[in-house]
Design a protein around this ligand. Structure first.
Ligand code: XIL
Length: 418
């Protein structure tokens, strides 16, 4: 590992970074124009529905797009990255441009899922701040962590993450308000009427979104995954906890409650396996189209993109899916990308090349789609990925390896962004 690998270049100016990379001024201008057009397109997306929200009497029909999220503010590093214990005394700087510097030129948020305790490690935090301009809590804001008992909320983990972000100028995607998984025991065992479940949902969303909106409302938590994984593989509503307790209206209610708690936040429907064109993505499309038509305050769709080298959707399908969502006036973000390599029988370096091709394809589809405003991976380093625990097998699904070293996948997406 080199001295400056995870620290910022000594000269912080963009011109110096670009000069070091051999990027000339003309190219920079072209990149800037592309980025500005994306930002303009994002801020002018027609998010107002003309439909009458008859079924939702209290709904505000004009849905405000958070105006200053793109491009995000430049991060200010406070972690003492020059004093990393593992770094040798002197070495050449990492020749790669930081991912977030290139992403900024496209008005794109780039982020990773984090746990609060990883942020205390200077090596982890140094790499994170060098490369990314956004984070999302992997588990810290899920119901079982943040609302462990009926009358008790525990914001400690979420607060650590949001404070780290605020301090370092990162944006946060809130994840997640309504999901059928990771629910606390008191809910799983709870005997409540439908009306009581609606009240519980209302109080939870109001309290959590209100907490992170905060008194200052500085938009650090600029977006929420309001509803997570509610569509089945076949494209119908998934038979989850909330469908059983409340019925299909839980989705509309959740967006409405979240909008009331923070009218400035971007509100997403988030799901996995519906990134390309298939029955699930059709089901997601039908769902969000219905929401938009009835004036429900939804701003975007999160495409999780937990995938592997065999099943990843073709680029043209990704672009087509993003296009039809754009036509509804919605943003799209890649919210949880990781690419498993355990299912193919090849050498590690071949697997990592295949993996790089998939990351390249997804970033390329995102750049071709003016409504694609974020690209998040589900973790920073293979060392902490959830995939080995989830699948029971070793894997290497992320952009940085177990030793925090960049993988071919990182080079692939940098190339697309250049
Ligand atoms: C996963 C976490 O990464 C794990 O640590 C946890 O044990 C289970 O949940 N879709 C989602 C994420 O929306 O919240 C999930 O995160 C991965 C799949």
């Amino acid at each position: 590992m080199s001295t400056d690998k995870y620290s910022r270049p000594r000269d912080h100016s963009l011109a110096a970074i670009l000069a070091a990379l051999g990027i000339d001024l003309l190219l920079l201008c072209l990149i800037l124009i592309a980025g500005i057009s994306r930002a303009i397109m994002i801020s002018s997306l027609p998010l107002t529905s003309s439909a009458t929200p008859a079924a939702i009497p209290t709904l505000t029909t004009v849905i405000k797009v958070y105006p200053t999220a793109f491009p995000p503010a430049a991060p200010t590093t406070t972690v003492p990255v020059t004093a990393l214990p593992t770094e040798p005394a002197a070495s050449t700087p990492d020749p790669r441009p930081p991912l977030r510097v290139l992403a900024d030129q496209h008005g794109l948020l780039v982020g990773v899922a984090v746990a609060p305790w990883w942020l205390e490690d200077p090596q982890y935090a140094g790499l994170l701040l060098r490369e990314f301009n956004a984070i999302t809590p992997e588990n810290a804001m899920k119901w079982d962590t943040i609302h462990p008992e009926p009358d008790r909320y525990d914001f400690s983990q979420g607060d650590t993450i949001v404070e780290f972000a605020r301090h370092n100028g990162l944006k946060v995607r809130g994840h997640t308000l309504v999901w059928g998984n990771q629910l606390p025991q008191w809910m799983l065992e709870g005997k409540y009427t439908r009306e009581q479940w609606i009240q519980i949902l209302h109080d939870h969303i109001t309290t959590v979104v209100g907490h992170y909106r905060g008194a200052n409302n500085d938009h650090t938590v600029f977006a929420w995954d309001v509803v997570n994984e509610s569509v089945s593989k076949e494209g119908a509503l998934f038979d989850n906890f909330w469908l059983q307790k409340i019925g299909p209206e839980y989705i509309t209610l959740a967006f409405q409650f979240a909008h009331e708690a923070d009218p400035d936040a971007l509100l997403f429907y988030n799901d996995n396996g519906g990134e390309g064109l298939n029955p699930k993505s059709q089901g997601i499309y039908n769902l969000v189209q219905g929401l938009v038509k009835s004036g429900v305050p939804i701003n975007g769709v999160g495409l999780q993109m937990h995938t592997d080298t065999a099943v990843a959707p073709p680029e043209a399908e990704l672009v087509a899916n993003m296009k039809r969502l754009t036509d509804l006036g919605l943003q799209v973000q890649i919210t949880e990308m990781d690419v498993r390599v355990q299912y193919i029988n090849k050498s590690l370096s071949e697997k990592l090349q295949d993996q790089a091709g998939i990351y390249r394809r997804v970033m390329s589809a995102c750049l071709q789609s003016p409504n694609c405003t974020g690209f998040f991976t589900w973790g920073l380093t293979d060392r902490f990925s959830w995939i080995p625990g989830y699948t029971g097998k070793p894997d290497a699904p992320l952009l940085f390896d177990e030793n925090y070293q960049p993988k071919p996948a990182l080079d692939a997406i940098l190339e697309v962004l250049k």
